[in-house]
Design a protein around this ligand. Structure first.
Ligand code: PEP
Length: 250
C-alpha cells in the first residue's frame, strides 16, 4: 500500500527563527498516520535535518543541479543535498520551469541525478490556465510525464505532484472531478510505461492552494496520495490540520 505523504514547499521563505515551526510540527504530529516532509530553502536544510533527526519528519531540497559538482555558481547538486541531510528533492516545479526556463529534458536530468544520489524525486507536472481552457490538460501532463521522468525510477525513489499552474498560490482549486481525472490518468500513464508494480507504488500528490478547509475533500479523491503544499506549509498551525486530514484519510 502507498503511505500518504504531506509535503511542504517553503519556496524562498524562512530564516533561522522558522525552525521553531518544525519543532511544533514534530511535537504535535509525532503519531501522524502519514509521512511528513518539509522542503525549506537550501540555507535551512542542514539545521532542519538535524532538528528532525530520528523523528517522522523528512527534509528535502526544492531543486538540484543535474551534475554532481563543477563550475555552476549558485547551484546545488543532489549529492550536496543528501550530504546536508535531505532525503527528497522537488524537480520541475512550475516556478523553476517558468522562472528559469527549465524544459522537460532538464527536469529529467535533474531527476536522474537525484535518484543516483539516493534521493526521492518529487517531479512536478501541471498545465497553465490557457492549456486547461483549450482542453489540452491531459496531453500536457502526458508530455511532461514522459519527458521529465527517467527510465530508472521505482515506487521508492519517485513521487509525482500534479500542480496546475493556475492553482498555485491563487486560492483557485480544480474541481474534485478534474483532480480525479488527472490523477487516474497519471496512474494509467505510469502503468503503461513502467508496469503495474512500479506504477501502483508511486505516490501521486495534488498541489495548488491546498488548505485546512479543502484538504479532506481533496484527499478523498481517487489516486490522490497526499499533497504538495506551498503557502499553508509555512506555519505548523496551518500545515498541522492538513497532516491530520491526510492521516484521517489513510
Ligand atoms: C506549490 O508551489 O507547490 C504550491 C502548491 O503552492 P500553494 O500551496 O501556495 O498553492
Amino acid at each position: 500500500m502507498r503511505r500518504k505523504l504531506a509535503a511542504g514547499n517553503w519556496k524562498m521563505n524562512g530564516t533561522s527563527e522558522s525552525l521553531a515551526e518544525i519543532d511544533t510540527l514534530i511535537k504535535e504530529h509525532a503519531e501522524a498516520g502519514c509521512d511528513m516532509l518539509i522542503c525549506p530553502p537550501a540555507t535551512l536544510i542542514h539545521r532542519m535535518a538535524d532538528a528532525a533527526k530520528d523523528t517522522n519528519l523528512a527534509v528535502g531540497g526544492q531543486d538540484c543541479h543535474a551534475e554532481t559538482s563543477g563550475a555552476h555558481t549558485g547551484d546545488i547538486s543532489a549529492v550536496m543535498l543528501r550530504d546536508a541531510g535531505a532525503s527528497h528533492v522537488i524537480t520541475g516545479h512550475s516556478e523553476r520551469r517558468v522562472d528559469h526556463g527549465e524544459r522537460d529534458e532538464t527536469v529529467r536530468a535533474k531527476t536522474l541525478a537525484a535518484i543516483e544520489a539516493g534521493l526521492t524525486a518529487i517531479v512536478c507536472v501541471g498545465e497553465s490556465l490557457k492549456e486547461r481552457e483549450a482542453s489540452n490538460t491531459l496531453d500536457i501532463i502526458a508530455g511532461q510525464l514522459s519527458g521529465s521522468i527517467p527510465d530508472t525510477v521505482t515506487g521508492q525513489n519517485l513521487v509525482v505532484a500534479y500542480e496546475p499552474i493556475w492553482a498555485i498560490g491563487t486560492g483557485k482549486v480544480p474541481t474534485l472531478d478534474q483532480i480525479g481525472e488527472v490523477h487516474d490518468y497519471m496512474r494509467s500513464r505510469l502503468e503503461r510505461r513502467f508496469g503495474a508494480g512500479v506504477a501502483r507504488s508511486v505516490r501521486l500528490l495534488y498541489g495548488g492552494s491546498v488548505k485546512a478547509g479543502n484538504a479532506a475533500e481533496i484527499f478523498g479523491v481517487s489516486n490522490v496520495d497526499g499533497a504538495l503544499v506551498g503557502g499553508a506549509s509555512l506555519k505548523a498551525a496551518d500545515f498541522g490540520p492538513i497532516v491530520a486530514a491526510l492521516s484521517a484519510s489513510s
